[in-house]
Design a protein around this ligand. Sequence first.
Ligand SMILES: Cc1cc2nc3c(=O)[nH]c(=O)nc-3n(C[C@H](O)[C@H](O)[C@H](O)COP(=O)(O)O)c2cc1C
Length: 157
Amino acid sequence: MSKPITILFATTTGNAEDAANTVAAKLKSAGFDSTLVSAANWTAPDVVNLAAEPSTLLVVASTWGEGEPPDDAIPLWDTLKELDGTPLTNIRFSVLALGDRSYEIFCGFGANLDERLEQLGGTRIAARVDSDVDYDGPTQEWTKEVISALSSDLAAR
Ligand SMILES: Cc1cc2nc3c(=O)[nH]c(=O)nc-3n(C[C@H](O)[C@H](O)[C@H](O)COP(=O)(O)O)c2cc1C
């Protein structure tokens, strides 16, 4: 059996949720079940709970303000910044960042989150993809890399 996979989306106007649904469907076609969760319902302890056993955390997050999290992810981000040490060593993760190149801090929140998850002990299984407004192609590209990493994980067991 594969390790549990959680897809966490952080969104204001729904693009990241839409992309996260696409990712879940693609994973399902490749034989991987996943659980979709909204950042609106999560703070850092929920992420730490995931790390009680080896698991995969896939994050789809947009950027608002000037490189800031979308509103629904502010409590999550504030609490992740406060964690000490490396409580996420059991977590394998990857981040799909949604944004718009016309903003100065392109995909800033996704980049900050990607960096923070690693600082907290997580292992990146696929490089972050930063997507411009048309997120369909980047979503497919990122999902392909993620599925490839998950598949080689299974093959190695
Ligand atoms: C007021 C506003 C501020 C934004 N700030 C940024 C930004 O700083 N950097 C960036 O890359 N994109 C920025 N964006 C673009 C959004 O991240 C992009 O539209 C994204 O697809 C929204 O996804 P969501 O619907 O999941 O929130 C901004 C959009 C708006 C409307």
